[in-house]
Design a protein around this ligand. Structure first.
Ligand code: PMP
Length: 350
Protein backbone atom coordinates (compact mmCIF):
# COMPACT_ATOMS: atom_id res chain seq x y z
CA UNK A 1 0.00 0.00 0.00
CA UNK A 2 1.19 3.50 -0.87
CA UNK A 3 -0.45 5.28 2.04
CA UNK A 4 1.82 5.73 5.07
CA UNK A 5 0.94 3.78 8.16
CA UNK A 6 0.32 6.90 10.22
CA UNK A 7 -2.22 8.12 7.67
CA UNK A 8 -3.84 4.70 7.39
CA UNK A 9 -4.31 4.72 11.16
CA UNK A 10 -5.42 8.33 11.27
CA UNK A 11 -8.82 9.31 12.65
CA UNK A 12 -9.47 12.55 10.75
CA UNK A 13 -10.86 15.64 12.41
CA UNK A 14 -14.53 16.03 11.55
CA UNK A 15 -15.70 19.65 11.34
CA UNK A 16 -19.28 20.55 12.21
CA UNK A 17 -21.92 20.02 9.55
CA UNK A 18 -22.57 22.76 6.97
CA UNK A 19 -26.17 22.06 5.93
CA UNK A 20 -27.35 23.45 2.57
CA UNK A 21 -30.84 24.14 3.91
CA UNK A 22 -31.05 27.87 4.71
CA UNK A 23 -33.86 27.26 7.23
CA UNK A 24 -31.60 25.44 9.66
CA UNK A 25 -30.95 27.27 12.93
CA UNK A 26 -27.23 26.74 12.77
CA UNK A 27 -25.62 26.79 16.22
CA UNK A 28 -23.00 24.10 15.61
CA UNK A 29 -19.72 25.64 14.40
CA UNK A 30 -19.26 28.82 16.45
CA UNK A 31 -19.80 31.11 13.49
CA UNK A 32 -20.88 34.70 14.12
CA UNK A 33 -24.57 35.25 13.31
CA UNK A 34 -23.98 38.86 12.23
CA UNK A 35 -22.53 40.10 8.95
CA UNK A 36 -18.89 41.19 8.61
CA UNK A 37 -18.08 44.90 8.25
CA UNK A 38 -19.60 46.60 5.18
CA UNK A 39 -16.05 47.73 4.43
CA UNK A 40 -15.37 44.11 3.42
CA UNK A 41 -18.23 44.30 0.92
CA UNK A 42 -16.78 47.48 -0.56
CA UNK A 43 -13.39 45.85 -1.04
CA UNK A 44 -14.97 42.84 -2.74
CA UNK A 45 -17.10 45.01 -5.02
CA UNK A 46 -14.15 47.11 -6.12
CA UNK A 47 -11.59 44.31 -6.31
CA UNK A 48 -9.49 44.73 -9.47
CA UNK A 49 -9.48 41.48 -11.47
CA UNK A 50 -5.95 42.24 -12.62
CA UNK A 51 -4.80 41.50 -9.10
CA UNK A 52 -6.01 37.93 -9.51
CA UNK A 53 -3.86 37.52 -12.61
CA UNK A 54 -0.77 38.01 -10.48
CA UNK A 55 0.39 36.11 -7.40
CA UNK A 56 -0.42 37.73 -4.05
CA UNK A 57 2.11 39.36 -1.73
CA UNK A 58 3.77 36.24 -0.21
CA UNK A 59 4.46 38.02 3.09
CA UNK A 60 1.18 40.01 3.31
CA UNK A 61 2.98 43.29 4.01
CA UNK A 62 -0.06 45.57 4.47
CA UNK A 63 -2.01 43.08 6.56
CA UNK A 64 0.97 42.42 8.83
CA UNK A 65 1.57 46.11 9.29
CA UNK A 66 -2.04 46.63 10.36
CA UNK A 67 -1.92 43.70 12.80
CA UNK A 68 1.37 44.99 14.23
CA UNK A 69 -0.23 48.41 14.60
CA UNK A 70 -3.27 47.02 16.44
CA UNK A 71 -1.07 45.26 19.00
CA UNK A 72 1.60 47.94 19.19
CA UNK A 73 4.32 45.58 17.99
CA UNK A 74 6.51 45.17 14.91
CA UNK A 75 5.68 43.31 11.65
CA UNK A 76 8.56 40.86 12.17
CA UNK A 77 6.56 39.46 15.09
CA UNK A 78 3.43 38.82 13.00
CA UNK A 79 2.46 35.82 10.85
CA UNK A 80 -0.73 35.30 8.83
CA UNK A 81 -2.26 31.92 8.00
CA UNK A 82 -4.94 30.45 5.77
CA UNK A 83 -7.22 30.30 8.80
CA UNK A 84 -5.66 29.78 12.19
CA UNK A 85 -5.90 26.04 11.55
CA UNK A 86 -3.04 26.42 9.06
CA UNK A 87 -0.90 28.11 11.70
CA UNK A 88 -1.44 25.10 13.96
CA UNK A 89 -0.21 22.78 11.20
CA UNK A 90 2.85 24.98 10.60
CA UNK A 91 3.63 25.16 14.32
CA UNK A 92 3.56 21.36 14.50
CA UNK A 93 5.99 21.33 11.56
CA UNK A 94 8.35 24.01 12.92
CA UNK A 95 8.50 23.40 16.66
CA UNK A 96 8.27 19.63 17.21
CA UNK A 97 11.00 17.03 16.63
CA UNK A 98 9.98 13.53 15.50
CA UNK A 99 10.58 12.12 19.00
CA UNK A 100 8.71 14.88 20.85
CA UNK A 101 5.04 15.47 21.64
CA UNK A 102 2.29 18.04 21.21
CA UNK A 103 0.21 18.83 24.29
CA UNK A 104 -3.06 20.58 25.03
CA UNK A 105 -5.73 20.87 27.68
CA UNK A 106 -8.22 18.01 27.76
CA UNK A 107 -10.96 18.33 26.76
CA UNK A 108 -10.05 20.93 24.17
CA UNK A 109 -10.11 21.49 20.41
CA UNK A 110 -9.92 17.92 19.11
CA UNK A 111 -8.01 18.95 15.98
CA UNK A 112 -4.82 19.14 18.10
CA UNK A 113 -4.74 15.40 18.61
CA UNK A 114 -5.26 14.85 14.89
CA UNK A 115 -2.41 17.26 14.11
CA UNK A 116 -0.08 15.21 16.30
CA UNK A 117 -1.19 12.05 14.50
CA UNK A 118 -0.65 13.65 11.07
CA UNK A 119 2.78 14.83 12.18
CA UNK A 120 3.31 11.28 13.56
CA UNK A 121 4.38 12.52 17.02
CA UNK A 122 3.02 11.90 20.51
CA UNK A 123 0.08 13.73 22.03
CA UNK A 124 0.05 14.48 25.77
CA UNK A 125 -3.18 15.74 27.35
CA UNK A 126 -3.27 18.03 30.38
CA UNK A 127 -6.59 17.08 32.02
CA UNK A 128 -8.87 19.86 33.23
CA UNK A 129 -10.53 19.66 36.64
CA UNK A 130 -14.15 18.50 37.00
CA UNK A 131 -15.40 22.07 36.60
CA UNK A 132 -13.23 22.40 33.45
CA UNK A 133 -10.85 24.84 35.12
CA UNK A 134 -7.10 24.41 34.58
CA UNK A 135 -4.67 23.93 37.48
CA UNK A 136 -2.09 26.02 35.60
CA UNK A 137 0.38 23.21 35.02
CA UNK A 138 1.44 21.57 31.76
CA UNK A 139 1.89 17.80 31.64
CA UNK A 140 5.25 17.16 29.97
CA UNK A 141 5.62 13.43 30.36
CA UNK A 142 7.80 11.37 28.02
CA UNK A 143 8.18 12.15 25.21
CA UNK A 144 8.90 15.80 25.95
CA UNK A 145 6.04 18.17 25.14
CA UNK A 146 7.65 20.59 22.68
CA UNK A 147 4.49 22.47 21.66
CA UNK A 148 1.66 23.20 24.07
CA UNK A 149 -1.56 24.43 22.50
CA UNK A 150 -3.45 26.37 25.14
CA UNK A 151 -6.95 27.25 23.99
CA UNK A 152 -8.11 30.31 25.88
CA UNK A 153 -11.04 30.69 26.26
CA UNK A 154 -11.07 26.93 25.95
CA UNK A 155 -13.24 25.06 23.45
CA UNK A 156 -15.64 23.34 23.83
CA UNK A 157 -15.86 24.32 27.52
CA UNK A 158 -15.84 28.14 27.19
CA UNK A 159 -13.78 28.43 30.37
CA UNK A 160 -11.10 31.12 30.65
CA UNK A 161 -7.70 31.34 32.36
CA UNK A 162 -6.41 34.81 33.28
CA UNK A 163 -3.13 36.06 31.86
CA UNK A 164 -1.22 35.62 35.13
CA UNK A 165 -1.94 31.91 35.11
CA UNK A 166 -0.87 31.63 31.47
CA UNK A 167 2.36 33.54 32.19
CA UNK A 168 3.20 31.38 35.21
CA UNK A 169 2.79 28.22 33.12
CA UNK A 170 4.78 29.57 30.17
CA UNK A 171 7.80 30.78 32.13
CA UNK A 172 9.24 27.39 33.22
CA UNK A 173 7.99 25.60 30.08
CA UNK A 174 10.85 24.48 27.84
CA UNK A 175 8.82 24.26 24.64
CA UNK A 176 6.70 26.69 22.65
CA UNK A 177 3.37 27.69 24.16
CA UNK A 178 0.87 28.66 21.48
CA UNK A 179 -2.16 30.36 23.04
CA UNK A 180 -5.07 29.74 20.70
CA UNK A 181 -7.23 32.82 21.25
CA UNK A 182 -9.82 32.04 18.59
CA UNK A 183 -12.52 33.26 21.00
CA UNK A 184 -10.64 35.91 22.97
CA UNK A 185 -12.65 38.85 21.60
CA UNK A 186 -15.65 37.42 23.49
CA UNK A 187 -13.67 37.20 26.77
CA UNK A 188 -12.75 39.64 29.53
CA UNK A 189 -9.02 39.34 28.93
CA UNK A 190 -6.30 37.90 26.72
CA UNK A 191 -2.63 36.95 26.71
CA UNK A 192 -1.49 39.21 23.86
CA UNK A 193 0.75 41.26 26.23
CA UNK A 194 2.80 38.07 26.78
CA UNK A 195 3.33 37.69 23.02
CA UNK A 196 4.41 41.27 22.44
CA UNK A 197 6.68 41.54 25.52
CA UNK A 198 10.29 42.14 24.44
CA UNK A 199 11.64 39.44 26.81
CA UNK A 200 9.18 36.80 25.55
CA UNK A 201 10.99 33.73 24.23
CA UNK A 202 8.34 31.05 23.93
CA UNK A 203 4.77 32.42 23.80
CA UNK A 204 2.85 32.77 20.53
CA UNK A 205 -0.68 34.16 20.68
CA UNK A 206 -2.97 33.21 17.81
CA UNK A 207 -6.18 34.88 16.61
CA UNK A 208 -8.70 34.17 13.89
CA UNK A 209 -11.02 36.37 11.84
CA UNK A 210 -13.51 33.48 11.67
CA UNK A 211 -15.43 34.22 14.86
CA UNK A 212 -15.54 37.78 16.18
CA UNK A 213 -14.98 39.30 12.71
CA UNK A 214 -17.63 37.04 11.10
CA UNK A 215 -15.23 35.87 8.35
CA UNK A 216 -15.10 32.07 8.69
CA UNK A 217 -15.54 31.73 4.93
CA UNK A 218 -12.54 33.92 4.16
CA UNK A 219 -9.89 31.80 5.93
CA UNK A 220 -7.62 34.25 7.74
CA UNK A 221 -5.89 33.80 11.08
CA UNK A 222 -2.75 35.32 12.47
CA UNK A 223 -0.29 35.01 15.31
CA UNK A 224 2.13 37.21 17.22
CA UNK A 225 5.28 36.04 18.97
CA UNK A 226 9.06 36.25 19.27
CA UNK A 227 10.69 37.13 15.92
CA UNK A 228 12.74 33.91 15.72
CA UNK A 229 9.68 31.69 16.15
CA UNK A 230 7.68 33.79 13.68
CA UNK A 231 10.52 33.53 11.17
CA UNK A 232 10.44 29.75 11.53
CA UNK A 233 6.77 29.76 10.50
CA UNK A 234 7.63 31.77 7.38
CA UNK A 235 10.28 29.20 6.50
CA UNK A 236 7.86 26.27 6.49
CA UNK A 237 4.79 27.86 4.90
CA UNK A 238 3.60 27.52 1.30
CA UNK A 239 4.74 30.44 -0.85
CA UNK A 240 1.27 31.97 -1.20
CA UNK A 241 -0.67 30.78 1.83
CA UNK A 242 -2.86 33.90 2.03
CA UNK A 243 -4.63 34.73 -1.21
CA UNK A 244 -5.05 38.25 -2.59
CA UNK A 245 -8.77 38.50 -1.84
CA UNK A 246 -8.28 37.24 1.71
CA UNK A 247 -5.51 39.76 2.36
CA UNK A 248 -7.59 42.67 1.09
CA UNK A 249 -10.83 41.74 2.86
CA UNK A 250 -9.04 40.92 6.12
CA UNK A 251 -7.36 44.32 6.03
CA UNK A 252 -10.74 46.00 5.61
CA UNK A 253 -12.15 44.06 8.57
CA UNK A 254 -9.17 44.97 10.76
CA UNK A 255 -9.66 48.60 9.78
CA UNK A 256 -13.18 48.49 11.23
CA UNK A 257 -12.72 47.26 14.81
CA UNK A 258 -15.84 49.11 16.07
CA UNK A 259 -18.01 46.92 13.81
CA UNK A 260 -16.50 43.75 15.26
CA UNK A 261 -16.83 45.05 18.82
CA UNK A 262 -20.50 45.92 18.33
CA UNK A 263 -21.23 42.37 17.10
CA UNK A 264 -19.28 40.89 20.01
CA UNK A 265 -21.30 43.00 22.46
CA UNK A 266 -24.54 41.64 20.97
CA UNK A 267 -23.31 38.05 21.19
CA UNK A 268 -22.20 38.53 24.81
CA UNK A 269 -25.57 39.96 25.76
CA UNK A 270 -27.40 37.04 24.16
CA UNK A 271 -24.96 34.62 25.80
CA UNK A 272 -25.85 35.91 29.26
CA UNK A 273 -29.58 35.65 28.54
CA UNK A 274 -29.40 32.09 27.18
CA UNK A 275 -27.11 30.90 29.99
CA UNK A 276 -29.61 32.22 32.52
CA UNK A 277 -32.58 30.66 30.72
CA UNK A 278 -30.89 27.24 30.58
CA UNK A 279 -29.78 27.44 34.23
CA UNK A 280 -33.38 28.24 35.17
CA UNK A 281 -34.40 24.97 33.51
CA UNK A 282 -31.86 23.13 35.67
CA UNK A 283 -29.11 22.83 33.05
CA UNK A 284 -25.49 23.00 34.24
CA UNK A 285 -23.89 25.91 32.39
CA UNK A 286 -20.23 26.69 33.20
CA UNK A 287 -19.39 30.38 32.87
CA UNK A 288 -18.44 30.91 29.21
CA UNK A 289 -16.17 33.67 27.96
CA UNK A 290 -16.68 32.50 24.41
CA UNK A 291 -19.40 32.63 21.75
CA UNK A 292 -20.86 29.29 22.83
CA UNK A 293 -22.14 27.50 25.93
CA UNK A 294 -21.16 23.99 26.98
CA UNK A 295 -24.26 22.92 28.85
CA UNK A 296 -25.51 19.72 30.49
CA UNK A 297 -29.24 19.11 30.11
CA UNK A 298 -31.33 18.58 33.24
CA UNK A 299 -33.57 15.66 32.29
CA UNK A 300 -32.65 13.81 29.10
CA UNK A 301 -29.24 12.60 27.85
CA UNK A 302 -27.42 15.22 25.77
CA UNK A 303 -27.23 12.92 22.75
CA UNK A 304 -30.97 12.43 22.73
CA UNK A 305 -31.61 16.17 22.82
CA UNK A 306 -28.96 16.75 20.16
CA UNK A 307 -30.76 14.36 17.82
CA UNK A 308 -34.22 15.67 18.62
CA UNK A 309 -33.06 19.25 18.01
CA UNK A 310 -31.58 18.16 14.71
CA UNK A 311 -34.92 16.66 13.67
CA UNK A 312 -36.35 20.13 14.27
CA UNK A 313 -33.60 21.72 12.14
CA UNK A 314 -31.82 23.20 15.14
CA UNK A 315 -28.16 22.19 14.84
CA UNK A 316 -25.88 22.22 17.89
CA UNK A 317 -22.68 20.24 18.46
CA UNK A 318 -22.34 16.98 20.36
CA UNK A 319 -18.93 15.51 21.27
CA UNK A 320 -19.13 11.88 22.47
CA UNK A 321 -16.65 10.86 25.14
CA UNK A 322 -16.29 10.58 28.91
CA UNK A 323 -15.70 14.28 29.62
CA UNK A 324 -17.94 15.78 26.94
CA UNK A 325 -20.70 13.27 26.14
CA UNK A 326 -23.20 14.56 28.71
CA UNK A 327 -23.22 18.10 27.25
CA UNK A 328 -24.11 20.11 24.19
CA UNK A 329 -22.04 22.89 22.72
CA UNK A 330 -24.41 25.63 21.68
CA UNK A 331 -23.12 28.50 19.54
CA UNK A 332 -24.69 31.84 20.41
CA UNK A 333 -26.75 33.00 17.45
CA UNK A 334 -29.13 35.94 17.06
CA UNK A 335 -31.78 36.49 19.72
CA UNK A 336 -34.39 35.12 17.31
CA UNK A 337 -32.37 31.94 16.70
CA UNK A 338 -31.82 31.44 20.42
CA UNK A 339 -35.55 31.83 21.07
CA UNK A 340 -36.19 28.99 18.61
CA UNK A 341 -33.56 26.93 20.40
CA UNK A 342 -34.93 27.67 23.88
CA UNK A 343 -38.49 26.89 22.82
CA UNK A 344 -37.36 23.54 21.40
CA UNK A 345 -35.43 22.75 24.59
CA UNK A 346 -38.50 23.54 26.70
CA UNK A 347 -40.43 20.93 24.72
CA UNK A 348 -37.70 18.29 24.46
CA UNK A 349 -36.01 18.26 27.88
CA UNK A 350 -38.65 17.27 30.37
N1 PMP B 1 -8.91 27.15 17.28
C1 PMP B 1 -10.05 26.85 17.88
C2 PMP B 1 -10.09 26.63 19.35
C3 PMP B 1 -11.23 26.71 17.12
O1 PMP B 1 -12.37 26.37 17.70
C4 PMP B 1 -11.16 26.92 15.72
C5 PMP B 1 -12.41 26.79 14.87
N2 PMP B 1 -12.81 25.49 14.65
C6 PMP B 1 -9.94 27.23 15.16
C7 PMP B 1 -8.83 27.35 15.96
C8 PMP B 1 -9.75 27.39 13.68
O2 PMP B 1 -10.30 28.53 13.19
P1 PMP B 1 -9.95 29.06 11.73
O3 PMP B 1 -9.12 28.04 11.03
O4 PMP B 1 -11.25 29.29 11.08
O5 PMP B 1 -9.17 30.32 11.94
Amino acid sequence: MRITQSVRNLTPYVPGEQPKDAHVVKLNTNENPYLPSPKCATVLRKFDLDRLRRYPDPVFTSLRARIADIWNTTPDRVFVGNGSDEILTLAARAFVEDDEAIGSLSPSYSLYMTLAAIRNVGYTPTPLKDDFSWNGRIVTRNPRTALFLLTNPNAPTGTFSPIDKVARAARPFKGVMLVDEAYADFANGNAMPLATATDNRNVIVMRTLSKSFSLAGLRVGYCVGPADLIEALYKVKDSYNADAVAQAVALAALNDLPWMRANVAKVRKTRARVAKALARRGWDVPVSESNFLFARPAHKPAKEIFEALRDEHVYVRYFPGPRTGDRLRITIGTDEQMDVFLAAVARLDR
